[in-house]
Design a protein around this ligand. Structure first.
Ligand code: NI
Length: 155
């Protein structure tokens, strides 16, 4: 890890400190690292890079045909859609969290198709580029996870 010195406006710094306090960061450095990481990850989300992602949204399951259309979108992209968590929030609203994996631009297109359906609210996509997951190796010629000599990290 390297140490860098940056100049920052008083106002911006107090906003950063407030953010770090709210989120419970132990230090400014840690807060800033996460902010930069998030920003860089969001940039990678528009690329051809492979990623894992979650798309979350709320919808009214009584709205005509909507549940079926959402399920259809996930089925049509089963190579991207790994799993969906469904929570019945109350008599009307459902919260769904889809776990997606694939090329970032494809993942974003599917997430947009889901969250832009009429009746879907609070749509949000979070993308983690695989390049930021150092133990993922891309050539899965079998079941060997982690080819760096450290063995299986999932134990
Ligand atoms: Ni439900």
């Amino acid at each position: 890890m390297q140490r860098v010195t940056i100049s920052i406006d008083d106002d911006l710094l107090s906003e950063l400190d407030a953010f770090a306090g709210e989120r419970g960061y132990a230090s400014r450095s840690e807060a800033l690292r996460d902010v930069v990481r998030d920003f860089l990850a969001s940039r990678a989300a528009d690329s051809d890079e492979r990623c894992v992602a979650t798309v979350s949204y709320v919808y009214d399951h009584e709205r005509r045909d909507l549940s079926r259309r959402l399920a259809q979108l996930h089925h049509d992209h089963h190579h991207l859609s790994l799993a969906t968590l469904h929570v019945h929030l109350d008599h009307h609203d459902c919260l769904e969290i889809g776990v997606l994996r694939g090329k970032a631009s494809d993942v974003r297109a599917l997430a947009n198709a889901v969250t832009s359906q009429t009746g879907v609210r609070h749509g949000r996509l979070d993308v983690i580029p695989e390049s930021r997951l150092p133990h993922i190796h891309h050539e899965h010629g079998g079941h060997s996870h982690g080819g760096d000599g450290r063995g299986d990290e999932h134990a």
